[in-house]
Design a protein around this ligand. Structure first.
Ligand code: AMP
Length: 291
């Protein structure tokens, strides 16, 4: 595995790959790798000849009161996990290398960028799309793999690829969950035993919404209310949002269908967690560690 730091070095590697007729697969991450990230590598490996993983905690997508400084980091561990999972090129840019001049220009995510996650985290998706566009420019991937765990992010990347005619195939991989159902997240390391127990209310809330949907309920309001009730009664959690969204537009929908995404965000102490499920598929469609 090669480890590169500068955008120029990555561009050289991707130009070399292109000359040799090899397809590049890109897996963007913020590091502190877990099995969810490694599942994305597997998807990339199946579709590309050269797998590039980026590890970059992108300051542009964190608000001033958010956890940029406290975001977990462990590059040595990441390096070992990336190599063992079959990454060919690990790209670890510094903030200075990524944003030597600012940036002056950023990507505007449009209306979906300012709802749900975007409403709670103003500027977050402009930061995400800007860095993703820079990653695409340097890695020139034929295919890029993102996780469904961050469903709104994946939808916005899909819109950017479409609107900017980027020659990148987008793969959205299923959410990987721990044996207890909690979606893997680098931020889970901040949860103590009691916090982790309360955090399990998120997947239970999603399961509660799915159950109501399976019983025949199609009014989004009732499904959302059922999920929010689980958060409140089981863990005393107030959500940032619970919403049913259309998978194509990512806009809230009133009438739920099999493909509707039920999305939730809540704070457990100082740790902010997000999760989602496709109503017709349920949590069983996700990957469960230990299965
Ligand atoms: P992050 O490092 O949290 O920014 O995530 C990098 C990529 O991994 C994103 O595309 C995420 O959606 C994806 N990802 C994070 N957690 C999971 C998970 N539990 N299952 C699948 N993909 C994930």
């Amino acid at each position: 595995m090669r480890v590169v730091c500068l955008p120029r070095e990555l561009r050289e590697a991707s130009t070399q790959a292109a000359r040799a007729g090899l397809r590049v697969g890109l897996v963007p991450t913020m590091g502190f790798l877990h099995a969810g990230h490694l599942a994305l590598v597997k998807e990339a490996r199946a579709r590309a000849d050269v797998v590039v993983m980026s590890v970059f905690v992108n300051p542009l997508q964190f608000g001033p009161a958010e956890d940029f400084a406290a975001y977990p980091r462990d590059l040595e561990r990441d390096r070992g996990l990336a190599e063992a999972s079959g990454v060919d090129v690990l790209w670890v840019p510094t903030v200075e290398a990524m944003y030597p001049d600012g940036p002056a220009v950023t990507v505007s995510p449009g209306p979906v960028g300012s709802i749900l996650e975007g409403a709670v985290r103003p500027g977050h998706f402009a930061g995400v799309l800007t860095v993703v566009l820079k990653l695409f420019a340097a890695a020139a991937p034929a295919v890029a793999v993102f996780g469904r765990k961050d469903a709104q992010q994946a939808a916005l990347v899909r819109f950017m690829i479409r609107d900017f005619n980027l020659p990148v195939e987008l793969i959205v991989a299923p959410t990987v969950r721990d044996a207890d159902g909690l979606a893997l997240s680098s931020r889970n390391v901040h949860l103590d035993v009691a916090g982790r127990r309360r955090a399990l209310a998120l997947p239970r809330a999603l399961a509660g919404g799915v159950e109501v949907f399976r019983s025949g309920e199609r009014r989004a309001g009732s499904i959302v209310a059922a999920a929010a009730a689980v958060l409140a009664t089981e863990a005393g959690l107030t959500s940032d949002y619970v919403a049913c969204v259309n998978p194509d537009t990512f806009l809230p929908s009133d009438a739920a269908t099999d493909t509707t995404t039920l999305a939730v965000a809540a704070r457990v102490g100082a740790t902010r967690l997000i999760d989602n499920v496709v109503l017709g598929a349920g949590l069983d469609a996700d990957v469960r560690i230990g299965d």
